[in-house]
Design a protein around this ligand. Sequence first.
Ligand SMILES: NC(=O)c1ccc[n+]([C@@H]2O[C@H](COP(=O)([O-])OP(=O)(O)OC[C@H]3O[C@@H](n4cnc5c(N)ncnc54)[C@H](O)[C@@H]3O)[C@@H](O)[C@H]2O)c1
Length: 452
Amino acid sequence: MNATQMVVNQRKMKVFGFIFLLGMIVLVFYEAFVDTESVELHSLSSKHNHQLNNDVKSSKNERNNNYDESIITNNEINELEDAKYRINVLEERLHQLEIAVENRIAKKFPTVKFLNYKNRRRILITGGAGFVGSHLVDRLMLEGHEVIVLDNYFTGRKRNVEHWLGHQNFELVHHDIVRPVYLEVDEIYHLASPASPPHYMHNPVKTLKTNTIGTINMLGLAKRVGAKVLIASTSEVYGDPKVHPQSETYWGHVNPIGPRACYDEGKRVAETLSYAYMHQEGVEVRVARIFNTFGPRMHMNDGRVVSNFILQALQNDSITIYGNGEQTRSFQYVSDLVDGLVALMASNYTQPINIGNPEEHTIEEFAVIINDLIGGKSKIIKLAAVEDDPQRRKPDIHRAKIYLNWEPKVLLTDGLKKTIAYFAKELKRTKHSQKDTTRIPYINDHDIIDQL
Ligand SMILES: NC(=O)c1ccc[n+]([C@@H]2O[C@H](COP(=O)([O-])OP(=O)(O)OC[C@H]3O[C@@H](n4cnc5c(N)ncnc54)[C@H](O)[C@@H]3O)[C@@H](O)[C@H]2O)c1
């Protein structure tokens, strides 16, 4: 080796040494960079997620094993971290929503009795959203039974039973009983029918269909499933009676083509159908001949004596009597009627039975009693009598006393006070609602949607 070659070799060695030193420096810097980043990641992940911390650590180990892939892995980790953070935020929001739903104030129902499977009955009430039906619903629900209401809301309303909506033992079905229905039930209280003259005269053909075809549908259902069925008949089957008081053996005095015939004859056919199904098909039937009934939830504008008089007196209008006021009525309070219906269903008695209060008053006496209870400011005036208005009405309730051990308990004035209080509240509600309507700022559906 000559001197020139030795110099070249020395230079090469220096260059190699320099490159090696440079590589080491780059390596040290790289290590320092990766460590800083992992510390940052660690602090971030401990803030949001412990799991992420583990992921980052394991990612770092992988990177230590393969430096070429480390830049890609860092990006992935960043994305993963970001995604996990967002998931955490969403999970937290979901958790808060779940708590909010769980803590929502649960609807409070009246406390019902617990009945075991053997004693609990499935009970259908047609017309259960009406005046009498809704009180019967209350009674049977409180006793712990399962209640299904079928109603077409012709004269009934959801508000009468809204306090049971959502209860596990209660079901409300919008259904017209003129159409057949298929249900599994143990008992049927068949109450669906308009009951006051303006309502049943509004559509006489429909009133007849409801009481004939509707009753056949209910009796057919009872036959199919072996249910007991109670038919809500009426004192109107006695028409304008020639016998006083009216006992169940009296056949009645009905004008078959008069304005009230759709109801009176409809109910008479309903009774006839019941006994035909009993004798021919073995259906267990109960027939309640219900006399005039009053109480809270009765229709404010049904044109009947009690509601007319209370409404007129509460508004200081004249109290109007149709005819000379000497015609008589006997009114029972609704809770007495419900007692009677439940007792009849539970009994073995299959003949028709009167359920009513025998305490008889002239219409004029009623007007005076109601006027006095409210404050006595209204004048009492007499107008022309209405066609086919029965002159005397008073039930003979011997059968009910003997076979059901039932008689009315509520005093007329006590019942009237409760009914007056109900009507006063309803009047206030109506006035309030009317005021609200005038204040509503909505012009069209878009306004409403915006407010929702
Ligand atoms: N309230 C009384 O003084 C009285 C007296 C005698 C008999 N009754 C009888 O008692 C029953 C209940 O009377 P109320 O005073 O509660 O009357 P109501 O009008 O308050 O109730 C009758 C219910 O039957 C529903 N209905 C009517 N036609 C229907 C149909 N085709 N399908 C489904 N639902 C229908 C109505 O929407 C209403 O909810 C009636 O059958 C009535 O004839 C009542």
